[in-house]
Design a protein around this ligand. Structure first.
Ligand SMILES: C[S@@+](CC[C@H](N)C(=O)[O-])C[C@H]1O[C@@H](n2cnc3c(N)ncnc32)[C@H](O)[C@@H]1O
Length: 448
């Protein structure tokens, strides 16, 4: 009879891993990786060593750094600073999880993002890449803040998650709109007095045309006293409304305070977005994306032509698009669809609630559109992309917040007979490595 190993049938023999050598070593930074960390090369070693990722460094830096995992190190000392280095505008830089690149100038970052996008397209197989145009949002314009709150012995910490999880108190911010930054001390004071906030909460602030609108998710339940305190708080700080839901819950939120309609204008149409609705990060970024999409539209041959818009949200692009052709807009979030449908009454817009991952718009429908406008979430368009590749609409205007997925889809579109005919890089996530791209694909002319 065979003996069962003592640690159980499924356990693998423990692999002996060498302990991490944490001796500080000298590195030269050669480039930035796609997440914005410097790629460091050992200077004091004869042997070929794998490059390591070192956050908050710039190409040209020489640093003394200590390994913290098998491929990451942290700076102990900046030995030789790169000429491109600038003084970070925020004292919390390096501690707060919001920015990765404040040690580099916005102009340098924009050029870096452009070259990353160009390289990605080339690797995807684009041989005739058009000139990449670019736009960058100014500091202090971010109108959407996704904050975390923790109750501590010293009061309430309210800010962003640091890499690794801790919440850093946001005492200043060069990114957020000043109307949000100036609200933070009052928000801390308010949270401290609430029964619905025991230890942890998430607070989403959307700065709308009607003022800030809040969505709070917390680990307690609202008491009667909470409702009164929150109404007083909103009244005295010009907050149009506050909705609440249990933390981590996917349920619909409950409106605890509504003092005025929450409104935002897309073009000249006023929309009432639901609590916590997706909005482009800044008004300026939204404008650049909208303009790039409209510019990429093919000329409309007549009133009957239609644009199919996938992942329409509350209508950021829908209303401007409807000035050019009839729009069939698809979106998966019921509350966004409701907001969009209400505002679209009487316009050349048809709105459909559709989970495009489960029930994509079919190839046949897509093939008849003047253009398909696609603005998927970070995870990409999944099954919907397959239908696009089958339907082969004449023009595809692709808005992407995830270049990695965009390049993967580009390779598929090239195989399906498309070419890239315009690219606009929009740096609406200033001082981060994130990039938004608007590009137009069109079918190459078929030989007759
Ligand atoms: C990047 S946002 C773009 C929204 C809009 N175009 C805008 O600019 O405001 C992506 C949108 O896709 C929606 N979405 C995410 N997954 C979806 C799915 N499986 N089916 C349909 N819509 C989805 C989200 O609700 C969100 O509104």
């Amino acid at each position: 009879m065979s003996r069962r190993p003592e640690r159980g049938r499924h356990s693998r023999p423990r692999r002996e891993t060498a302990p991490l050598d944490q001796t500080p070593r000298r590195y030269r930074i050669d480039a930035l990786g796609s997440s914005g960390d410097g790629i460091g090369c050992l200077l004091d070693s004869e042997a070929d060593a794998s490059p390591v990722f070192i956050p908050f460094t710039a190409p040209g830096d020489e640093v003394l750094a200590r390994m913290v995992s098998t491929d990451r190190a942290i700076v102990e000392e900046l030995l030789v600073p790169a000429p491109e280095r600038v003084t970070p505008p925020c004292d919390l830089f390096g501690v707060c999880g919001g920015c990765a690149l404040q040690h580099l100038s916005p102009a340098w970052i924009l050029e870096w993002k452009k070259s990353e996008i160009a390289t990605g397209f080339l690797k995807a197989g684009v041989t005739d890449l058009p000139e990449i145009r670019a736009f960058q949002t100014p500091p202090a314009t971010r109108r959407r803040a996704d904050l975390a709150a923790r109750r501590t012995h010293n009061g309430v910490t309210l800010g962003l998650h640091q890499r690794g999880g801790a919440v850093i108190d946001l005492t200043e911010c060069a990114l957020l709109h000043p109307a949000i930054v100036s609200l933070l001390p009052a928000l801390r004071g308010m949270l401290e007095r609430l029964d619905l906030f025991r230890r942890e909460a998430d607070l989403l602030v959307n700065l709308l045309d009607s003022g800030p609108d809040l969505l709070l998710a917390s680990d307690g339940v609202p008491s009667t006293a909470d409702r009164t305190k929150l109404a007083d708080f909103c009244r005295s700080h010009g907050i149009s409304g506050l909705a609440w839901k249990p933390k981590e819950s996917l349920d619909k939120s409950e409106t605890l305070v509504r003092l005025a309609p929450a409104t935002v204008a897309f073009g000249d149409v006023r929309v009432e977005p639901p609590p916590g609705a997706f909005l482009q990060a800044s008004r300026e970024g939204e404008g650049a994306i909208r303009d790039a999409v409209i510019e990429a539209l093919p000329p409309s041959p007549g009133r009957k032509s239609k644009i199919i818009e996938l992942y329409a949200g509350c209508g950021t692009l829908t209303f401007p698009l409807s000035a050019h052709a009839r729009v069939e807009a698809f979106e998966g979030h019921p509350d966004a669809v409701q907001a969009l449908s209400r505002a679209a009454v009487g316009q050349r817009i048809d709105v459909s609630l559709r989970d495009l991952n489960r029930q994509p718009v079919e190839a046949k429908t897509l093939s008849t559109a003047l253009a398909v406008v696609l603005d998927p979430p970070h995870a990409g368009a999944g099954l919907q992309m397959t239908q696009i590749l089958d339907g082969k609409p004449a023009a595809l205007i692709y808005v992407s917040c995830n270049p990695r997925i965009l390049f993967r889809d580009t390779a598929l579109l090239l195989k399906a007979g498309y070419r890239v005919d315009s690219v606009m890089v929009i740096d609406q996530f200033l001082w981060s490595a994130e990039t938004e791209v608007v590009c137009r694909f069109s079918r190459k002319r078929q030989r007759t």
